[in-house]
Design a protein around this ligand. Structure first.
Ligand code: HEC
Ligand code: HEC
Length: 285
């Protein structure tokens, strides 16, 4: 239970610290200044649609499509049923907002440069990490590692991290830290927070709303029920859900202008967590 599901989060922090330390010592304050002094926004990446024609750029573009139109490409309702690897119709970008380019929305900017990652007991490759979201958040099957879809995800993540410091999780990676709740998170209080701030989009029943045909999937994604992330997903841990929601929801806010108090975020996360969702998949290793 708990953080054990995502051991790379803890180890990620350690890697950042270690790498930051080693880099600082190795190149000295001067060079460090060069690296950090540059006013570079690592989240400002050109849409791959603007890249010139070419095989590698096509793969990057396909990776971008898979992130923003996951349902149509590899979702439960995939246009090509042979590619229906996910068990629901969420899109990666529903959580990795703005195609993985929004700070504190589990962005994917430093992902390529920081994988493979050491976890407590083993090395986790990027393909394995992607399949972690495929089997939990997407409640589906793992993608074949040598398939075009996996290669496209990786090509896109490599592309958005190009030029960013190797081995460093840049500021804004992960989720915005929350203080431990002042009062125990309460699903009962969370129900009121939900009714006031979330239900108008996600619905009182948490089912979200479908996209306009011919698009497949959702205009607003579900938060619980058969088509939501499963019980093993990061979002099914209230610490993850509270941190994500505080910095990103209601849709339209960012971490710079949160709307909910921290306690409200904990409470609404407890409410979401009290609702039914697909079970944990059978243990795979
Ligand atoms: C204005 C409409 C709107 C409101 C209000 C809103 N959301 Fe969302 N929510 C969205 C949309 C749209 C997305 C997908 C974002 C994207 O794809 O860029 C989303 C994504 C999410 C996700 C991640 C995807 C998923 O399905 O699990 C969670 C969790 C979430 N919202 C929780 C909440 C909570 C809790 C509240 C209330 C505090 C809330 N939202 C309020 C529209 C809204
Ligand atoms: C329901 C929400 C949700 C959906 C949908 C989702 N993810 Fe995730 N993903 C997360 C969360 C939460 C984390 C962990 C963030 C953290 O703890 O820092 C994560 C982490 C990751 C990471 C590790 C990033 C890093 O640098 O550590 C990758 C890679 C990833 N997801 C890929 C995907 C892909 C590809 C898809 C679509 C096929 C997807 N995710 C769909 C919630 C989601």
């Amino acid at each position: 239970m708990g953080w054990g599901r995502y051991p790379m989060r803890l180890s990620g922090k350690w890697i950042v610290r270690l790498v930051a330390l080693v880099v600082a010592i190795a190149v000295g304050v001067g060079a460090g200044y060069l690296l950090w002094g540059r006013a570079k926004d690592w989240y400002d990446v050109a849409n791959p649609a603007t890249l010139p024609a070419g095989e590698e750029n096509d793969l990057i573009r396909y990776g971008h499509d898979l992130i923003v139109e996951t349902a149509a490409n590899i979702g439960k309702s995939a246009r090509n049923p042979a590619l229906a690897y996910a068990g629901n119709d969420l899109n990666c970008t529903n959580c990795h907002i703005n195609a993985g380019l929004r700070p504190f929305s589990a962005p994917l900017v430093s992902t390529y440069t920081t994988y493979p990652m050491m976890t407590d007991d083993r090395v986790l490759t990027l393909a394995e990490r992607i399949n972690g979201c495929m089997t939990r958040s997407m409640n589906g099957k793992p993608l074949p590692e040598d398939g075009r879809e996996m290669q496209a995800f990786i090509a896109y993540m490599r592309y958005i991290g190009l030029g960013s410091p190797e081995g460093v999780r840049v500021a804004g990676m992960g989720l915005m830290p929350l203080k431990p709740p002042a009062e125990d998170p309460s699903a009962a209080r969370g129900e009121a927070v939900y009714a006031e701030n979330c239900a108008r989009c996600h619905g009182a029943d948490g089912k979200g709303s479908p996209a306009e045909p011919p698009q497949v999937g959702y205009a607003v994604p579900p938060l619980w029920g058969d088509d939501a992330y499963n019980a093993a997903a990061g979002m099914a841990d209230i610490r993850t859900a509270a941190a994500f929601v505080r910095a990103n929801m209601p849709d339209g806010i960012t971490w710079l202008d949160p709307m909910l108090s921290e306690q409200q975020a904990w409470d609404v996360a407890a409410y979401m967590d009290s609702k039914p969702r697909p079970p944990r998949p059978p243990a795979q290793d």
